[in-house]
Design a protein around this ligand. Sequence first.
Ligand code: SF4
Ligand code: SF4
Length: 253
Amino acid sequence: MAKLLELGLFEFLDQIKKDGRARYVGFSFHDEASLFKEIVDAYQWDVCQIQYNYLDIDYQAGHEGLLYAASRNLGIIIMEPLRGGCLADMVPDDIMKIWDKSEIKRTPAEWGLSYIWDLEQISMVLSGMSNREQLKENLATANKALPHSLTEKDHSLIREVREIYRDKLVVDCTGCRYCLPCPAGVQIPLNFKYLNNAMLYENIEDASRAYASHVGDERKASKCIDCGQCAERCPQDIPIPEMLAEVTRLLEK
Ligand code: SF4
Ligand code: SF4
């Protein structure tokens, strides 16, 4: 942020609003809640965009950041409401059994989007869609999902689902990146993301394929030389080299 201030960001934003090039200005955010609040307070923003879904309520800006932005009258745009589609596709059976307990039948995507629309602070939800059917389903959900439309029973099911997903996460990595840079080039949080996905969705094969194509040889877990620098910097006290060995064992075939 210091660099942006040095470059005159706020003066630039003032100017484009004044001369009519922009009516509203905002920012998109991926970092910790404390930095989010700092940015919110630094300027008269109109809108902000944060990652949020029923699983990530304590991640990045999280619920705390959402309420903070709303208290400052910012419009709030949500990205990743279905965690890149993971909350909607390949849903594990034990999660489906919980959704099936509801009298009102909703698809996993509907549950995820309804959770977001239930919050009165939300202005807009961005959800990636890959075909017309998904578009129709999401429009139908947005049409009926009003603030406070979920019941206490619905929220209780969502809490149950959240707990099960959390139990399946093997590494409690928040993606803060304090562990980086690694002298061997290992992209630590990215490696942990694929390990968690493998466990969450109980699909090692798909996770290995995605791992090979998205992480790549230069950043993969087996490049770790066990220097221990990263573990000292991790606020979550994750035994990083040990967990990277697990990534190698499971995903590097
Ligand atoms: S222990 Fe491994 S992952 Fe951590 S900084 Fe050293 S080489 Fe990188
Ligand atoms: S391993 Fe630790 S320091 Fe690195 S991104 Fe994850 S939580 Fe942050």
